[in-house]
Design a protein around this ligand. Structure first.
Ligand SMILES: Cc1cc2nc3c(=O)[nH]c(=O)nc-3n(C[C@H](O)[C@H](O)[C@H](O)COP(=O)(O)OP(=O)(O)OC[C@H]3O[C@@H](n4cnc5c(N)ncnc54)[C@H](O)[C@@H]3O)c2cc1C
Length: 689
């Protein structure tokens, strides 16, 4: 019988390859990261080099708003914001390319990005997706040219996350053939709307459609709100004033007092009212109808996910570049140590770099799915539902991660990180709200959890409680997982002789997949078991039961989203040339093992990992992965492909290296001259001898 050679322990493993033996093909990786819509991204990045688009720090709110409005005009002049619109009205029907180029705009100024998102991505998109041909022909040209700046008026002061409950009404008046838009109470004022405080002359208003005494739920209406003299009769509003970020956008409130609009201003793709007031819809269920309407607006979530990735790449490029030039403290030699050579600095920045790569690959998959649905290439009900679930899973993780990365990058750059000229603080302030608008992150993750439970319920439709219990306990043989593999991972370390040796079983791709997948499946199964009673309870008790499990639901959703990111990263490795793949596999391992390390408590409590093996994961990260990746850190951020005009941060310009070189040259010259003063400590040491 063939004897298997013993697995190497950490101490007898071959030395980590240096860049001489495994190096990244930076040009290849850079191109690969640009993805399917590389041309659109490059084009956008070329434009972003222009100073007219750059944020100017220290401008007052009024000046910022005017500057950003002017920048939107430039985007129109340069013909770069119409890609998603139908060819019939001068667009390009290019949905993926439109989002890809939009995402890059965060490099110029987040206010510019979001204001253009309001104009073309929300206001224009609502007309395009919720309206019909007549609206496209009559309304889109002026929206595209910015002749009509507009607001997307969905949120109200009283309702943001639950927009099905907005209070604004649109009541059909048969005699006049008009809808009457009305705000019945203060909490029903539309709020936070970009373009509402100053520039908007029209709005797509979401209101409860009432005809013949029946409320058919929320629909969208095109409502003129201003002319050159100010608000039109019956329309009023307020400025939201200074915000925590994005102050180049004029967010504001709107309210309506019996404002009349023609019947045909109803954006009627999913529901219509004829002259006599009869309501018809191609979708019978009011709930499904509303979610179908919202689903057409998913691009906001797609683009925020991608923008968070771009901002994270920028922050890490600044922090890692600086960390390879900045020196503090001398250790053994006379030379001061470069920040990134400190283990702690590596721990702070490299796992976040791995996460950013994971987010980037996941986003590329997501953008592909989005384009598939909106181009019509893959547009079934299932495709749309999958897209919405991916959106609800990835947007929260990436927007939260961007804030964490921006903050860590800021701290990693010390005092220099706090200067506006190095950009991190402003980006942190601007991206803050990305976690809330286009769907609050915690609310979105609940959608993911519900979908996971729904899929689970469908799979185990006929299972009894005992079957479910067995599934949770890990005894069902037909699951996608190799349970025996998992049992091995949870075995005591004694079986393998040493802690170091045991890590081999955890770090390979199959084990990472098993551990991450098992966590999602087990959490969902456990929740399904606990929520099973809900079907026999009244609505109130069922809601209470659901609420009592809400934290766990969100955790399961997050675990699912992390698995999506890890799978995207692993899939991306398949296409890489071998040397690049070696380094990128370490980075993927850092991401995967980092996720497991973060959730070690769960793995230990649930017996999925033995304690020593859990310890071995941390050791493997600190002793192996970080030192292996350290020499490639700069290549890994250089592959993001930012030019100096994109970075615009003094500390990432090479200025720190110039300062360090100058100081080193000064001391070298001083020593060589023989005129250098003797250090007191050296003098005393000499005297002792
Ligand atoms: C700068 C800015 C620009 C915006 N632009 C626009 C725009 O152009 N057009 C537009 O229509 N809207 C816009 N919005 C509104 C934005 O979409 C909403 O703020 C967002 O949807 C959240 O709604 P809310 O503020 O009412 O928060 P709420 O819904 O009140 O949520 C508050 C908190 O409660 C939590 N929460 C809510 N429900 C639950 C639940 N079921 N379970 C657990 N926790 C829950 C949330 O997680 C959140 O942390 C903008 C907002 C801002 C700040």
């Amino acid at each position: 019988m063939t004897q298997l050679a013993p697995r190497p322990t950490v101490s007898d493993a071959p030395p980590a390859p240096t860049s001489a033996t495994a190096g990244i093909d930076v040009a290849w990786l850079g191109e690969y990261l640009l993805g399917t819509w590389a041309e659109e991204r490059k084009h956008s990045r070329e434009l972003i080099k222009r100073p007219e688009l750059h944020r100017i720090d220290g401008l007052g709110m009024a000046e910022q708003r005017e500057r950003v409005l002017g920048q939107l005009g430039l985007l129109v002049d340069w013909g770069v914001v119409h890609r998603a619109f139908p060819k019939a009205v001068g667009g390009d029907d290019n949905h993926g390319g439109n989002i890809a180029s939009f995402e890059e705009l965060v490099l110029a100024d987040a206010s510019l990005q979001i204001k253009s998102g309001v104009q073309w991505g929300l206001f224009g998109s609502a007309v395009m997706h919720l309206g019909t041909e007549v609206h496209h022909k009559t309304l889109l040209p002026d929206i595209m040219s910015l002749k009509v700046p507009g607001a997307f008026a969905m949120t109200e002061t009283g309702h943001g996350s639950d927009v099905s409950a907005v209070g604004t009404t649109a009541t059909y008046d048969e005699a006049a053939g008009e809808f009457v838009i009305h705000t019945p109470f203060r909490a029903a004022w539309k709020d936070y709307l970009g373009n509402a405080a100053l520039h908007g002359t029209a709005a797509v208003v979401f209101a409860q459609l009432i005809t013949q005494g029946v409320n058919h739920g929320v629909h969208a209406f095109y409502v003129p709100i201003r002319d050159e003299n100010g608000f039109l009769p019956g329309v009023g509003g307020e400025d939201d004033g200074i915000k925590g970020g994005l102050n180049g956008i004029d967010n504001g409130r709107l309210h309506f007092t019996h404002v009349r609009i023609p019947r045909t201003n109803l954006l009627n793709r999913y529901g219509d009212v004829d002259e006599s007031g009869v309501y018809t819809s191609p979708i019978d269920s009011p709930g499904r109808r509303f979610f179908t309407m919202l689903g057409t607006l998913v691009q906001g979530r797609v683009s925020l996910d991608g923008s968070a990735v771009v901002a994270s790449k920028l922050a890490l490029t600044i922090a890692i570049t600086y960390a390879t030039q900045r020196r503090q403290f001398t250790a053994a030699s006379d030379e001061e140590v470069v920040l990134l050579d400190y283990q702690r600095h590596q721990r702070r920045l490299l796992p976040r770099l791995a996460e950013t790569y994971a987010m980037s690959f996941a986003h590329e998959t997501f953008l592909g799915a989005f384009d598939g649905v909106f181009s019509g290439a893959h547009d079934t009900d299932d495709d749309r539902q999958d897209l919405e679930t991916i959106a609800a899973a990835l947007k929260p993780l990436s927007t939260w991660a961007a804030l964490d990365i921006l903050q860590e990058a800021r701290e990693a750059c010390g005092g220099a990180g706090f200067l506006a000229q190095n950009r991190l603080t402003q980006l942190r302030a601007d991206l803050d709200i990305y976690t809330t608008f286009e769907g609050d992150n915690n609310v979105l993750l609940q959608l993911v959890a519900k979908r996971l439970l729904g899929d689970y319920a469908a799979k185990f439709k006929h299972a009894d409680a005992a079957t479910l219990a067995r599934f949770v306990a890990g005894n069902v043989g037909s699951t996608a997982l190799n349970r025996s593999g998992l049992r091995q991972l949870s075995q005591s370390i004694r079986d393998f002789g040493s802690t170091a040796r045991s890590v081999g079983y955890v770090r390979d791709e199959a084990s990472q997949r098993q551990l991450l997948t098992d966590r999602v499946q087990s959490m969902v199964a456990a929740l399904a078991g606990r929520l099973r009673a809900a079907s026999k309870l009244g609505p109130e008790a069922a809601a209470d039961l659901f609420n009592a499990n809400q934290n766990e639901l969100l955790e399961a959703a997050r675990a699912h989203a992390e698995l999506l990111q890890w799978e995207s990263f692993s899939a991306a490795l398949e296409k890489m040339p071998s040397d690049t793949k070696t380094v990128m596999t370490w980075l993927r391992d850092l991401f995967g093992l980092g996720l497991i390390e973060k959730n070690l408590a769960w793995y230990l409590i649930n017996g999925r990992l033995a304690p020593n093996r859990a310890r071995a994961i941390t050791d493997y990260i600190d002793d192996r992965l970080l030192p292996r990746l350290r020499p490639h850190a700069l290549d890994l951020v250089n592959a993001f492909g930012f030019a100096p005009e994109h970075l615009r941060a003094e500390i990432a310009s090479g200025a720190e290296q110039v300062r360090q070189d100058e100081a080193a040259a000064y001391y070298a010259e001083l020593r060589a001259s023989g005129a250098a003063p003797v250090d007191e400590k050296t003098l005393k040491a000499r005297k002792k001898r």
